[in-house]
Design a protein around this ligand. Sequence first.
Ligand code: GTQ
Length: 345
Amino acid sequence: MQELGRLEDLPIAYREALTERNLVPLWPSLRGVLPPGQPRPNTRATMWAYSDIKPLLLQAGELTPIEKAERRVLVLANPGHGLEKMQASAAMYLGMQLLLPGEWAPSHRHTPNAVRMIVEGEGAYTTVDDEKCPMSRGDLILTPTGLWHEHGHDGTDPVVWLDVLDLPLVYYMEASYHINGERQEIKPGRGDRAYARGGMVPTAVFNRSSKAYPMLRYPWVEARAALLALAADQSELDAVQVTYVNPETGDDAENILGFYALMLRPGQTLQLPVRSPAVVFHVIEGGADVTIGEQAFSLAEADTCCAPGFTRVSLHNRQADKPSFLFLADESPLHRKLGVYESRG
Ligand code: GTQ
């Protein structure tokens, strides 16, 4: 491949003349922005152990009252992007949030989309768009763009959940902001009940819901049962995986990031295709050895890791006698909508 001219090859006076006029020569940077063959992701394969996070999060509970935090979160930051960027990947943000009994994280809404995957504890809830969404381990709760949301806790023990947001992308677009609101009035009815049966949606005298986000809570008991049923029904199936979708449209549950639950059969090793989007793996139940390119991580329950795009990933169930269950988040909806999605097998 042709070596291109470097910045240093240009006379200083010429470079200064360009800089003074807000001009930049392309050729010294051309290979950087358009690398050969495939991207050079800043995103590094990174793992965050829950055993590291939990004590520090509980310490944050002592150091910083909820009123001084609004959201008491430790951000899982990818060193490849620089910790201050608070990015797990180009488009994904991850945070572990702690809510103590009796605390309330006040209502707000913002342009980035969020989901919460409940890691530990009972008795907390998120109110989204006036709907009370109780939190239990493994539940997925959506707080899509523009919807009011607040967190409360009527239980007795700390509750921890994993936040996944498309904040880095929306911030990069200079479209990120929030608005504070009043405490929401909880209305009766819950999407996770109204939409509890696959293949059927509530229909008020021939009228389907016109809500952009009709279902806000996806209970883990349902996702787990769906995976076990799929595995039992299709014994040859390698990838026992479900996608969290909008039950009215069948589209991904949110616009930018994709969310999935995956079951690894006892002792199973699963090779994932090399694809353009970055992926986050979080263990709901069991444990998994995750190989990302040349790096190997051993994930126990509640551990989280992140893989850049264009990287070979394999997952191995650490349990020989039981299935393990993972929650996955990725940038697929974004890549597909923008026409840059690739799967290289
Ligand atoms: O719970 O609303 O991790 O607004 C980051 C921003 C959580 C939240 C985060 C947020 C929230």
